[in-house]
Design a protein around this ligand. Structure first.
Ligand SMILES: Cc1cc2nc3c(=O)[nH]c(=O)nc-3n(C[C@H](O)[C@H](O)[C@H](O)COP(=O)(O)OP(=O)(O)OC[C@H]3O[C@@H](n4cnc5c(N)ncnc54)[C@H](O)[C@@H]3O)c2cc1C
Length: 497
């Protein structure tokens, strides 16, 4: 039995999944966490008798959780529910609300009066993006790369027919696939799921349309998304994994090629054989390890994903007309999407996403009431350092939602919490409040993303959104697999010496 000690810094999904895998391999794991409870961005807020998922509200690629459960030999720690319809989209000035079904016949009816030959076009789009998904999932997403050469060799195994998608944006691909602005807008929303816009997201990520519509769809968790964390936490406690909350690592003491120990905000020392960093893989290298390549100036120049302005409302009534997921877009899509993250548009009429959390999870609100989560993708703190206007932005959204749904939301509010990017930054050390970590431009993915094995300190590894493969819940689970593989390989090498 391996009795080596591992300290994991951060209890996000990436950290928890790694703890599960490493404890299965016999490592003694301790987890230190800045926040007061586990989960990172996958967290829960309880207030005034209502519950809210703090960040993530759904996930795709549910089979990544299956793999985690199977490979660590545990009982499934939560139960998920497939969402159908997937979501609705309301575009300002268009009376119809589009309902996005997985069933392509029903979906085609939604677009019948907007896009000629919709069914043939969506099938073609999904076939193309589906092939790309299956041609890259194992070769690129599920792999640790050992060198730039190794990465290029893997790329050469991806069929050449996909290469045009490397040289255009998601928006261009959608313009080539559909004629109507409505279809283009709706199927470009997956760009926002990556925390960017379709105008600056590479076309390869159109494969997310295949993932949502054809492949595995979207899932919510019975009892709320936080059940994922509660389930993993319970198993880890049973395995004697120790948790230390309200503990922020602020310094690393190093010699030559290893971290000797970490130091928290109270000066306590944390010693282990290995360190796995679930804090942001880029900013931890800069802020804690003082690495030049990740200096403040260089971090600032990197491309980061959107920052969240989130609103949590407890309502004294039901909003039954809304689905689980609902998008509310304006009528100036190009101008808004191109300007929003650079703080170049007004927040008088923001674009936003509404999730009726109590729809699938009645325990999230008292009988006859609803709990609502609203996300407004916003500029990070580099572009908008002052969010003292957060309440007025929230009010603009609540007024707009009332007007567009016919519910007088203002009169229904029993509980209200508004979090802006500065809060998100402070809660989880998210760089400048960026909600999904480093963006997924071609020069920031795969070999070019901060690696999951530290370049200098050989006993130090990373897991989570800003290392490989990328952001989102299934990616955090894959990341834990890749990180564990690298750590085990390294451990075998040093154990042989
Ligand atoms: C508003 C919002 C909505 C989202 N919606 C979805 C969604 O619907 N579906 C989806 O798949 N994804 C969604 N995401 C993305 C998803 O939440 C993340 O990709 C995923 O949770 C990241 O997990 P992680 O383990 O990488 O990091 P985190 O969850 O950020 O965990 C890292 C942990 O490290 C801790 N930490 C940081 N620094 C230190 C330190 N120095 N010392 C100690 N602890 C430290 C943090 O407090 C945190 O708990 C959303 C994100 C946001 C912000």
């Amino acid at each position: 039995m391996n009795k080596k000690q591992v300290i994991i810094v951060g209890t996000g999904l990436g950290g928890l999944s790694t703890a599960l895998r490493l404890s299965s391999e016999g490592f003694k794991v301790k987890m230190v966490e800045k926040y007061h409870q586990a989960g990172g961005r996958l967290n829960r807020l309880s207030k005034d008798g209502f519950k809210f998922d703090l960040g993530p509200t759904f996930f795709s690629m549910s089979y990544e959780f299956d793999e985690l459960v199977k490979s660590t030999n545990i009982e499934y720690p939560f139960e998920f529910i497939e969402l159908d319809p997937l979501f609705t989209v309301n575009i300002d000035g268009i009376p119809k609300t589009f309902t996005i079904y997985k069933d392509l016949d029903k979906l085609s009816e939604e677009f019948a009066s907007f896009e000629p030959d919709f069914k043939a076009k969506i099938e073609k789009h999904l076939q193309k993006t589906g092939q790309l998904f299956h041609d890259t999932e194992d070769k690129i997403v599920h792999r640790n790369f050992t060198s730039l050469f190794d990465y290029f060799m893997q790329l050469t195994r991806v069929p050449l027919k996909h290469s045009p998608l490397l040289f255009k944006t998601m928006w261009k691909e959608l313009c080539d696939s559909f004629e109507s602005k409505e279809a283009r807008m709706v199927f470009s929303l997956v760009g926002f799921f990556l925390g960017a816009t379709p105008f600056d997201t590479p076309a390869i990520y159109s494969l997310l349309n295949y993932v949502e519509l054809k492949h595995d769809g979207y899932h919510n968790v019975k009892g709320g998304m936080y059940r994922i964390v509660e389930g993993l936490f319970k198993v880890l406690r049973e395995r004697q994994v120790d948790f230390y909350f309200n503990t922020e690592i602020v310094k690393a003491i190093t010699t030559n090629d290893k971290i000797d120990y970490l130091v928290d905000q109270n000066g306590r020392e944390w010693h282990a054989d290995y360190y796995v960093i679930n804090a942001d893989a880029a900013s931890f290298r800069g802020e804690i390890l003082k690495r030049k390549k990740y200096s403040e100036k260089r971090l600032n120049k990197k491309k980061w994903t959107m920052a969240p302005l989130t609103i949590y409302l407890g309502l004294n009534g039901k909003v039954d007309k809304l689905q689980h997921h609902n998008y509310f877009l304006g009528n100036n899509f190009d101008q808004y999407a191109k300007g929003v993250f650079k703080n170049k548009v007004s927040f008088a009429k923001p674009y936003y996403y509404v999730n009726v959390q109590s729809k699938n999870n009645p325990e999230y609100a008292p009988e006859g009431k609803d709990s609502l989560f609203i996300l407004c993708p916003s500029p990070d703190l580099r572009f908008k350092p002052d969010y003292s206007d957060r309440e007025s932005i929230a009010q603009n959204i609540i007024d707009d939602l009332s007007e567009r749904t016919g519910y007088n939301i203002n009169d229904m509010i029993e509980s209200k919490t508004v979090l802006s990017p500065d809060h998100w930054q402070n809660m989880f050390n998210l760089y400048k409040g960026s909600g999904l970590g480093l963006a997924h431009d071609l020069n920031q993915i795969a070999w070019f993303r901060p690696a999951n094995h530290d370049e200098k300190y050989k006993n130090t590894f990373y897991v989570g959104a800003s290392t490989v493969p990328g952001t989102g819940l299934p990616m955090a689970v894959i990341s834990s697999k890749l990180t564990t593989e690298n750590l085990l390989n390294y451990d075998r090498t040093v154990s042989k010496k």
